[in-house]
Design a protein around this ligand. Structure first.
Ligand code: FES
Ligand code: CO
Length: 330
């Protein structure tokens, strides 16, 4: 017996979503999380990470308040112990009697990839994509986040794929209002995702001088799933930065963003300074995105004003609608 899953969005239900950084779930620990409006418990028995519904079938207590004992997760209320299959193996008040067969927990698919723990609440339909240049030793890898947003996960992705805000929101960091224009190249929308390419003018983040000459860089984007994708930024001299972004849909108006940066040219900036710069950029985005109303992304294209330069967000909204994505939208 388990509480019924409330997730209506059949598309996101069957996607993999990041729920934690792997390092956050050490062997022997229990974590309380929320995904697509469902409470889940993560625990690690020493061999493997497990993801279950955070609900004890006895009296509905949260299992994430419990503890791990001999490879079992123990409910904090009456001490029922559940094995790694989610089956009750002990009722402490009547230890000599077999536990009822209905005393089992709803378990979910979980896997570790890219240093993250991914959960699928339904039946996984896609693989988690590879990160470009991950295996190339000339690239350095930096994990940024988690960044918490009180906004729809769809609004956060739309912010990430919108180049026309860089010159204003991130003015003086990597872009500048001296050169706000965007050069558009290809845009392709398929059932399995969206690809597009644009060019913008940027500051050299290693120079630290906001009045220095600006450089032209191109960004090739690929959105693989509604909340998952990456871009490859290319500038002079084979310089390349990949940014692989993962948004966790916690609730319709709450989400968490993490991303991997895989790059080969900003060695002058130490890892810690790089993360500090991304933290600053994300705090700039957070103020704006959390101010947007409505918090949920309108999929009706009549609902907001669209400009010619909004072609990527228009394609995103159309694609979400075609796929039947509803979570975080109106
Ligand atoms: Fe979990 Fe009673 S509610 S053991
Ligand atoms: Co931004």
């Amino acid at each position: 017996m388990s509480a019924t899953l409330m997730v209506q969005d059949q598309f996101l239900l069957h996607n993999w979503h990041v729920v934690a950084h792997s390092q956050d779930l050490q062997p022997g620990t229990v974590l309380q999380k929320r995904l697509l409006g469902e409470d889940i418990v993560l625990w690690h028995n020493g061999d493997q990470a497990l993801a279950w519904q955070d609900f004890c079938p006895h009296r509905g207590a949260r299992l994430s308040l419990g503890w791990i004992e001999k490879d079992n997760l123990v409910c904090p209320y009456h001490g029922l112990a559940f094995n790694t299959d989610g089956k009750c193996v002990l009722v402490p008040a009547t230890p000599d009697q077999p536990p009822p067969a209905r005393a089992c927990i709803q378990t979910y698919h979980i896997q570790e990839r890219h240093g993250m723990l991914w959960v699928c609440l339904g039946t996984p339909q896609n693989d988690i994509p590879a990160i470009p240049d991950w295996e190339d030793p000339s690239f350095r890898k930096i994990l940024c986040g988690p960044y918490h947003f009180n906004s729809s996960p769809l609004r956060v992705i739309e912010n990430l794929i919108d180049p026309t805000h860089f010159a204003f929101v991130h003015k003086g960091i990597f872009a500048d209002s001296r050169r706000p224009e965007v050069t558009h190249y290809d845009l392709e929308s398929h059932p399995d995702g969206i690809s597009f390419k644009f060019g913008i003018w940027e500051l050299d983040p290693a120079s630290g001088d906001p009045s220095a000459p600006m450089f032209f860089a191109t960004y090739q984007y690929r959105l693989c799933q509604p909340l998952l994708g990456y871009f490859q930024r290319r500038g002079d001299n084979d310089s390349c930065m990949n940014l692989f972004f993962m948004v966790t849909p916690v609730d319709e108006e709450e989400c968490v963003l993490s991303f991997w940066v895989v790059e080969n040219f900003l060695y002058k900036i130490p890892d810690s300074a790089f993360v500090a710069m991304e933290n600053q950029i994300m705090s700039q985005d957070k103020v704006i995105v959390e101010s947007q109303r409505p918090k949920r992304l309108p999929l009706d294209l009549q609902a907001e004003v669209h400009l010619p330069s909004d072609r990527y967000s228009i394609a995103y909204r159309k694609w979400l609608k075609q796929q039947g994505v509803t979570f975080g939208s109106i």
